[in-house]
Design a binder for this molecule. Structure first.
Ligand code: ASP
Length: 580
């Protein structure tokens, strides 16, 4: 093979007159007169037009080495869409390095191709410009993050893949043990326990670009296996963790976007829910939830005799037709609302609403002034318990206001003081919102046991857990951990985990804590999600080289596959017929 001297996408008018050898795939061939043909040759840097002998058998995706002289394209044939659009290679000698069957889809035609087919032939899809760009963006993110953590004296430590179950709360993938028949390893849902053990081990600052496995249904922003930047710090507060992570994420954004985000505002979970109706607020746009409870404090309208009433304003929304409003109302009911009230502000400030006749003049004026509505606007109102109101209006806000993924810039926000518990089960035990090692809010540490048995009080307890959110996507979570035995004991009591169960599930961590545990805190964020947002992609599969399809299968390798009887025997396993 003739050695490559240059990459296709890098030749410019400065190279005119040079004899070069370029290599790559045939992206396109066009006949040019009787005896010549144009071949656009593609490599990882881009396309280059080569003028070749028209008789040569050169088809799409053939792999070639082309040697020739760089020359200016004839006048009128310059292509300003291409970096190399001013030049071409002539006087060529072509070496066919590999022939190719016609590909199942055209490279660079992702929108028209079924995703399963793209994944089945990922090696062809990877040749496309956007996959090349996305994977490079991802590599830049990894590199920037590594450098940021190294600079801040974090130590990269690889934790094991075959472990006992971790406490992240999702379903484990399990691996049968051949040497210990009847027993199973779990694949890590995160390195949580190991990073905490590293803190007990005096590592002080740990990080890892860690692969995590969770057996959950797949979505646009979730795969079975995903990659997290996982970190933990000793003797550090939540604020210090957030500062370190913000710096690393800003570095990654700068490396891929060229602009460094400087603003990492913080909001408490309660305020995020109250103002945006979401614990992952998309702050690229306004439409905040505004409280109207006082406006209706003396109302005669039964539907508004509720503990909480809030509204949002859609500027210019008065044009929305009846059909669309009915659909929106149905959606709101589907999300659990008792109803959705709409009020249009029409010419001269006249209010048009199905409930207009139930509203007093003061109430109508109160809505308009509190929401800041003017002619042409639409007010949407929900009345119920606070959580329900926030939840429904938060979803409506996103439905009506969310900009496309690659618009509006990068808006990070830290959400702090998450609830300690997300639910209380039938037996009255609290269910942790993060994991069992999350430190309660400092105001609540001493009185935590008082909340036991009282559902409302339990659900109102705050923790020292925080999330990082980018443009409405949860990038990751973390918390200050419990390092004191007495607090951990109280939490286990509240979760209904007895001493035996605690010992069985987390014994090795609890044992380690008996030998001197420093206060510590940490965080983990999804690299897939961050890379997708930085690449301007809605779907994390676009930044994963070899993803699973939506069904969880891998159309390329056909995993998961049955294994043969010999393997099953070795593992002491029998496969039952599928349940009918
Ligand atoms: N292990 C947690 C997670 O994967 C993150 C953390 O608390 O550090 O969500």
């Amino acid at each position: 093979m003739t050695s490559r001297t240059d990459y296709c996408g890098r030749l410019t008018t400065a190279d005119i007159g040079r004899t070069v050898t370029v290599t790559g795939w045939v992206a396109r061939r066009r006949e040019h007169g009787e005896h010549l043909a144009f071949v656009d040759l593609r490599d990882r840097t881009g396309l280059l037009q080569c003028v070749v002998d028209g008789a040569a058998d050169l088809r799409n995706e053939y792999v070639l080495a082309i040697t020739g002289v760089v020359r200016a394209r004839p006048e009128g044939t310059v292509n300003d869409q291409l970096v190399t659009g001013e030049v071409e290679i002539g006087e060529t000698a072509v070496e066919v390095l590999s022939r190719a069957e016609p590909p199942p889809f055209q490279v660079d035609s992702r929108v028209d191709v079924d995703e399963t087919i793209r994944i089945r032939h990922r090696y062809i899809d990877l040749r496309s410009e956007h996959m090349q760009r996305n994977l490079r963006t991802r590599a830049k993110v990894n590199s920037a993050i590594r450098t940021a953590f190294e600079r801040q004296e974090f130590v990269e430590i690889e934790t094991p893949m075959l472990i006992a179950s971790t406490p992240e709360g999702a379903r484990d993938f399990v691996v049968p043990s051949r040497l210990h028949p009847g027993t199973f390893y779990a694949l890590p849902q995160s390195p949580q326990i190991f990073k905490q053990l590293c803190m007990v081990g005096g590592i002080d600052r740990y990080y890892q670009i860690a692969r995590c496995m969770r057996d959950e249904d797949l979505r646009a922003d979730r795969q079975f296996e995903f990659v997290q930047l996982d970190m933990e710090m000793s003797f550090a507060t939540g604020e210090e963790v957030r500062a370190v992570v913000s710096e690393a994420v800003a570095d990654a954004a700068e490396a891929t976007h060229g602009v460094r985000p400087t603003d990492f505002p913080e909001i408490t979970w309660h305020d995020a829910m109250d103002r945006f109706g979401s614990d992952k607020p998309d702050i690229r746009f306004g439409m905040e939830l505004t409280d109207l409870t006082d406006v209706f404090s003396a109302t005669d309208f039964n539907a508004f005799k509720a503990p909480c009433i809030k509204g949002i304003l859609l500027q210019g929304g008065a044009e929305m037709g009846r059909n669309k409003l009915d659909q929106l109302t149905d959606r709101a009911k589907g999300w659990g609302a008792k109803g959705l009230v709409w009020i249009k502000v029409e010419a001269g400030g006249v209010l048009n609403s199905p409930i207009a006749k139930f509203l007093s003049d003061e109430e109508g004026a109160g809505v308009v002034s509190t929401l800041g509505a003017s002619e042409g606007d639409l007010c949407l109102i929900v009345a119920d318990e606070w959580r329900q109101v926030a939840h429904v209006l938060g979803l409506i806000r996103i439905e009506l206001g969310k900009p496309p993924v690659n618009e509006g810039g990068l808006h990070f926000i830290w959400v702090t003081d998450f609830p300690l518990f997300e639910d209380v089960d039938e037996a009255g035990n609290a269910v942790p919102a993060h994991h069992a090692f999350t430190m309660p809010h400092q105001d609540e540490v001493d009185s935590m046991l008082d909340a036991m048995g009282d559902r409302e009080q339990l659900l109102g307890m705050r923790s020292q857990a925080y999330d990082l959110v980018l443009n409405g996507w949860e990038l990751g979570s973390g918390s200050v951990r419990i390092h004191r035995h007495d607090i951990q004991q109280n939490i286990f009591t509240m979760l209904g985990i007895g001493p035996e169960e605690a010992q069985r599930k987390f014994g090795f961590l609890l044992d380690a804590f008996r030998y001197g545990a420093p206060p510590h805190a940490g965080f983990a964020f999804g690299i897939d999600r961050l890379a997708a947002l930085l690449a301007g992609e809605e779907n994390i599969r676009e930044v994963i080289a070899f993803p699973k399809s939506q069904s969880g299968a891998d159309p390329l390798t056909k995993a998961p596959t049955p294994i043969d009887d010999v393997q099953l025997d070795e593992l002491g396993l029998r496969v039952l017929p599928p349940a009918t």
